[in-house]
Write a protein that binds this ligand. Structure first.
Ligand SMILES: Nc1nc2c(ncn2[C@@H]2O[C@H](COP(=O)(O)OP(=O)(O)OP(=O)(O)O)[C@@H](O)[C@H]2O)c(=O)[nH]1
Ligand SMILES: [Mg+2]
Length: 433
């Protein structure tokens, strides 16, 4: 078998995982499975995998010189086009490994960055990814960037290279670095502006109860968004199908509607440059009144995925946010046993089991959301002049009218309102009891 000769002309990768103690081997194995899915999403084919157990990390070659030499032989034997490490490598380790093995070396962060670059569709996501790529690239500029530019369709080096603005006495490398730094500054400014715009538009919808879908990548967040709101968001059996936030209105019943936001998923060891770049998108969850933490219950290691999500929520300071656990894909856990599985989780106060794809349990989910939404509401008495037709119709739309009678020229109403809306009605200077 020669290089690049499989049927779709895809490149093949030898996957390498390192576990630091024997006890965590199964975790490293699961992590390698995930790396294999990441590689497939980046259109690489798995040429083989190697799992190493090590007591300590070698600062020069990460896995040690002898093992690195073995890797070279293994990569050659399976005609791999590159070696992909499941761990993050320092720029120096990458360079040393590349020289010793004579193979292209990628680490987990590079692979995830590559997927994000492929999937970024909107301008905001493209800026976020490019910024993360450039920050990753800068210390590795000597070698890695040509690969990234090829893999990412040029995103990482847009605006540099052929510009031909080399100053006197500068090497090409210095010129490239200078241009990258400038591009990083420009993109950072753009992102700050986008962050402010996003915050402003969130404020504009601050009256309505807001829910954000969070969870591990591929858990089924977008599928749930589709089923609940009818929005045609992208659903794919792929890691990181969604990179942007989408917000839609969902009617819980005749009187209550909420705003539901779908957003980018989480993963173990999310590259920190990506985390920083996508902060504006992740902030959508910060302003939500309730989080739906979507879990793929059919995944063999869903508990680990939940732990990762909890960790990310912690980093976003969201650990105190009211959260409902939504165990999804129960149709895959036990086909035909959805009722039993749902019942088994019904005792858990803050959890519910559903199958977003088939619609199983979605009415119960809406009811549960409504309960939480009502817990967030207050009943107030208002007196509104009868001639204020426009205000009255707004109130009918926003609140649930519990009682209504007329007195003199005023309509006296007992209304259930979202806690967030009370302030606004108070500003109308009507009286409350
Ligand atoms: N069997 C089954 N499959 C589901 C269910 N919900 C989602 N899926 C599938 O799981 C895959 C991922 O679904 P998405 O909705 O794209 O997942 P996501 O959480 O939005 O993923 P990212 O955007 O990549 O983070 C798709 O193939 C869906 O069809 C479910 O309830 N049952
Ligand atoms: Mg999605």
């Amino acid at each position: 078998m020669g290089k690049n000769c499989n049927s779709q002309n895809q490149q093949s990768a030898l996957l390498v995982g390192v576990s630091l103690s024997t006890r965590s081997t199964w975790q490293a194995e699961e992590s390698l499975n995930e790396l294999s899915r990441l590689a497939a999403t980046a259109t690489l084919v798995e040429g083989g995998r190697v799992l190493q157990t090590k007591r300590r990390i070698d600062p020069t070659y990460y896995i040690g010189k002898g093992k690195a030499a073995e890797l070279k032989a293994q990569a050659h034997a399976v005609a791999a086009d590159m070696i992909v490490f499941d761990n993050d490598l320092s720029p120096a380790q990458m360079r040393n490994l590349e020289e010793l093995t004579d193979q292209r070396i990628l680490d987990r962060s590079a692979l995830i960055l590559d997927i994000f670059a492929r999937h970024a569709r909107t301008r905001t996501a493209q800026i976020q990814v490019e910024l993360a790529q450039l920050n990753y690239l800068l210390p590795r500029l000597t070698r890695q960037w040509t690969h990234l530019s090829r893999q990412a369709g040029g995103g990482a080096i847009r605006g540099m290279g052929a510009a031909g603005v080399r100053g006197p006495g500068e090497t090409q490398l210095e010129t490239d670095r200078r241009m990258i730094r400038k591009r990083i500054r420009d993109l950072t400014t753009k992102l700050e502006r986008i962050g402010t715009q996003m915050a402003t538009s969130r404020k504009g919808r601050s009256d309505t109860f807001k829910i954000a879908l969070v969870g591990y990548t591929n858990a089924g967040k977008s599928t749930l968004m589709r089923s609940l709101s009818g929005a045609q968001v992208l659903v794919q059996d792929q890691l990181f199908a969604t990179l942007d936030s989408t917000t839609r209105s969902v009617d819980l019943d005749q009187h209550h509607n909420i705003l539901l936001t779908d957003t980018v998923g989480f993963i173990r060891h999310l590259p920190h440059h990506l985390f920083a770049s996508f902060r504006a998108t992740l902030e959508e969850a910060v302003e939500a009144d309730l989080l739906l933490h979507v879990v793929d219950l059919s995944h063999p290691h869903y508990a680990l995925q939940m732990e990762t999500c909890t960790q990310v929520l912690l980093e976003l300071n969201l650990e105190e946010k009211p959260t409902l656990l939504v165990y999804n894909k129960i149709d895959q856990v036990g086909p035909g046993e959805e009722e039993q599985i749902a019942a088994a989780h019904a005792d858990q106060k803050d959890a519910i089991a559903v199958a977003a794809l088939t619609g199983f349990g979605l009415d119960a989910l809406k009811e549960r959301i409504l309960e939480l939404c009502l817990a967030n509401s207050v009943v107030v008495d208002l007196q509104i002049p009868q001639q204020e037709g426009r205000l009255l119709s707004q109130l009918y739309a926003q609140g649930q009218i519990l009682e209504q009678h007329y007195h003199d020229n005023e309509v006296c109403l007992r209304v259930r309102l979202d806690r967030n809306q009370v302030d606004r009605w108070q500003l109308q200077r009507f009286e409350y009891n």
